[in-house]
Design a protein around this ligand. Sequence first.
Ligand SMILES: *Cc1c(COP(=O)(O)O)cnc(C)c1O
Length: 362
Amino acid sequence: MIPLVKSFMPDQSRLMPELQKILYSGYIAQGAQVEKFEQAFEEFVGSGHSLTVNSGTAALHIALILAGVEENDEVISTALTAEPTNIAIKMLRAKIRYADVDYNTGCVDPDSIEICINEKTKAIVVVDYAGIPVNVKQIQLLSEKYDIPVIHDAAHSLGSKFNGENVGTHFPYTAFSFQAIKQMTTVDGGILQIKNTEEYQRGKLLRWFGIDKSIDRLENNIDSLGFKYHMNNVNATIGLVQLETIESITKKSVDNGRYYDDALMGNPDVDLIKYYENSEPAFWLYTMKVENRTDFIEAMAAKGISASQLHKRNDLHSFLNDFKDDLPSLDIFYEKMVHIPCGWWVSEEDRSVITDAIQCGW
Ligand SMILES: *Cc1c(COP(=O)(O)O)cnc(C)c1O
């Protein structure tokens, strides 16, 4: 089977000596390697501060705190995402207000966000679902108009761009995940990219028990809650080596995505995603809409291709459905959406096998 997702590890000859060095160095906790990884990631993104953490969920949690979200506040979000996006909101006992998606992209619809805004709204969380950039421009305008901060969940979109600028540069907070199946993995881990320097300093306290690592431990005074969210030197070492090849890895997804776009254009049985102007998708997965999805998935499986929906819409979880609003565009999108493999492991031969299988019908 050509899998839908797969963990990438750099060449053993490159990674293992580095890992061995750090594992037996006597210092595996958060230290110099973590700082090196943060610097390298900052350079990769091109602006802001990189705060490493031990998961993408932790990055979202810290972002929501920095954005000022508290118990019973409302956070506008999307139901078409992996659960951690919305679990993070519930970690603060805030309420999730779902905006509908744009049927063309599966990403949140800015017009629907605007309808959801009320006096309790403290933040907006947007997700580049499957690696397709959200409508950055419109969302930035809304954020300015209502003075509500935006948290960008970029767990699927490392390598994407909007207006020629890397993901991580568009909003005050961007959360990246380095969980096992993301474009880049540190086994588990994440980064919160933060624009504001003071907030970044506060983020460091939130990351590690509220203790300021730059001051002697005995001189510290914890004055607010912090968590055990830091990254260690071992995960950071994997991250540093992964960063060396990240551009070629994400380029493979993009090439495959573009190939599918060209090959499937004109097939009346597939409804392709339409991207926003000036956006460059990362294609973590390749998403399209089809009729008779169950038959489609079976036909692909018969030819050795895994195709699936992957995520359950989050409003179907009772714990994640505070307001039970109707989401009519998501209803149709969710009925037809399916992902096919698109990542670095999909070879040129694989992708033509996949498009041939689709052209044969189901
Ligand atoms: C993977 C993922 C996360 C969280 O990442 P972890 O590192 O597993 O905590 C958040 N949002 C989305 C959309 C994800 O896919």
